[in-house]
Design a protein around this ligand. Sequence first.
Ligand code: ADP
Ligand code: MG
Length: 696
Amino acid sequence: MADLTDRFGTEVFSEAVMKKWLPKDVYKKMVATIEEGKALDIDVANAVAHAMKEWALLHGATHYAHWFQPLSGITSEKHDSFLEPVHDGTAITKFSGKELIQAEPDASSFPNGGLRATFEARGYTAWDPTSPAFIKDEVLCIPTAFCSYTGEALDKKTPLLRSMTALDKAAKRVLAYFGKDPKRVVTNVGNEQEYFLIKKEAYRKRRDLVITGRTLFGAAPCKGQELEEHYFGAIRPTVSAYMKDLDDELWALGIPAKTKHNEVAPCQHELAPVYSEANQAIDNNLVTMEKMKLIASRHDLVCLLHEKPFEGINGSGKHNNWSIGSESENLLDPGDTPADNLQFVVFLTSVIAAVDEYAELLRASVASAGNDHRLGANEAPPAIISIFLGDALTEVVEKIVDGEASVHAKHGVLDLGSDILPKLRQDNTDRNRTSPFAFTGNKFEFRALGSEANPSDANMVLDCAVAKTLNDFSAAMEGVSEDDFEERALEFCKQSLTAHRRVLFDGNGYSDEWPVEAEKRGLPNLHTTADALPAFAADKAVELFSSLGVLSKVEVLSRYEVKLEKYNKLLNIEATTMIREARRTYRPVITAYATKVAKGLEAIRAAGAEAAMQCEQNTLNKLCNGITDINDSIKALDAVHQKAEGTEDAQEQANVYAHEVVPAMETLRTAVDSMEELVAADYWPVPTYDDILFYV
Ligand code: ADP
Ligand code: MG
């Protein structure tokens, strides 16, 4: 297996590479920066830059790029070559510490939600030394944060890093009560990435897929996922070759791709890496998505990351496995030693309280036009945010709420009246796929993220919410004597769990009863992005983010604006594509086929074959009715689309899109799709679901 391990991380300027390439003192300072966030002085930066350049050149790189995550889109990069011409017509290579630490991309074209006037194009990218640089396509990519010169964050990484700092501080404050003083507390994340893989040939013939990433039309295939034969099924050779290629490239980039398998829907697959620190895990996920698309192209395939490429079969999500840990322990691991019980309960309580208190914000953090098709569609968790704990942990919570738990004099020992801990271990395998936020043994799995999402948003919100509730705990414990601490801590948990237990739900999230029950409990159920986004701009969100130093009010509002704008633009593109396709691609073909049937009918009549006439006449009638339906639906969609485009206020515009345009799109789709079943196959202008989803 030497070969396999040798390949890992060959394209990464990792700590191991640094150790080899950097002078000892420089290496030490670099590690202190990575592990403790200590500032780097320019001499150290110069030494690191030099080593990075030499290493990168040796690995075939010609350029470097500050690689960042703008507010919309996934990642951005601008390449600068290492070459520096000299007056005598030759050139040298150059890369300074200054160039490593900071760059100034002309940023006027990136969405900023009003943070910078367009004429003030200057923004700068700043090196994030906690995520290693890597070589991608002969470019040394340096992970960076992107800010304006007035200091506002213009990207998704900066607030994520700030939220991790907030959580680090909050968790340490809590741990201090338990007599612990870890170096750092971080969140660990593992993103399970779902995707579809289809033939390029079919893709190219579907303008809706090319333009919007999803099919806007298409009747259900003869066979969908009902036979349940695809999930974990043998991987077909075309796909297997692709997956091997992908694994290889990811491993070289130090991305620990671990698990790959077929997913529920035909053509759907999943890749999961081994978890790592959130910030790095997210960078890795973004590179993974990029590689998934690029490598597909080499195999004459197309990778679809859209949340709902095909109607009627499952869409794609991205399970965000999340835990909090110090260098010595996973704080969400109940452990085997009852002595740690109370500490675990405090962290568990804080997560429960956070998810309940900020349910709307968490919902907003996963809101996107694509994800609206998924959430609540009996394949993904509903838009209602709730927590699944499993039987054993639910029992723990109930005992605490009912006052049946007590703490013994010995530090932190929690008596629950029965031996629950061994059961907790068994519960690790407990699965409830319908829950958006599930406890899975020693981590929570936030399952509502869309497949195409940058997971920074959801993690940033989650970290902030939990930092806040951990701080609430610490504030309540202030001034409490050591002797009283356990009692008071348990009492705090009891009160908090009593207040927030409504968010706990272990039942079937897909059932019709759950939304009714959730409403009774007062849990929000925000169906669309338009309904969900206002929570992001609400005072409560601003207060949360600004009090933790994660986002200022203007930074919050700018993100809300960018999200709204993106939603509106996407819907505009979808509606435009739909109307155009219906008018120019589908209707003419249906009309042509109706004409053929009509001519056939004449011929049959002339031949006196009366018996055959009724059937053809019925078909013709249906086709003519269909054309009328399509015409009416186009008109109706056109009208609401124009209304949306004429609406000035972005939130109101989003409301029109969500509640008027989307339903009108569905009506038009139904009208066209019902014709697909009638029109002769050789007339149909595009590959059908049967053609796209089943290939060898
Ligand atoms: P599944 O949920 O499909 O059963 P796994 O249990 O294998 O999948 O885990 C899925 C993801 O969770 C993987 O990326 C894995 O590395 C990650 N994971 C495992 N433990 C933790 C943890 N303590 N914190 C964060 N992520 C974790
Ligand atoms: Mg999972």
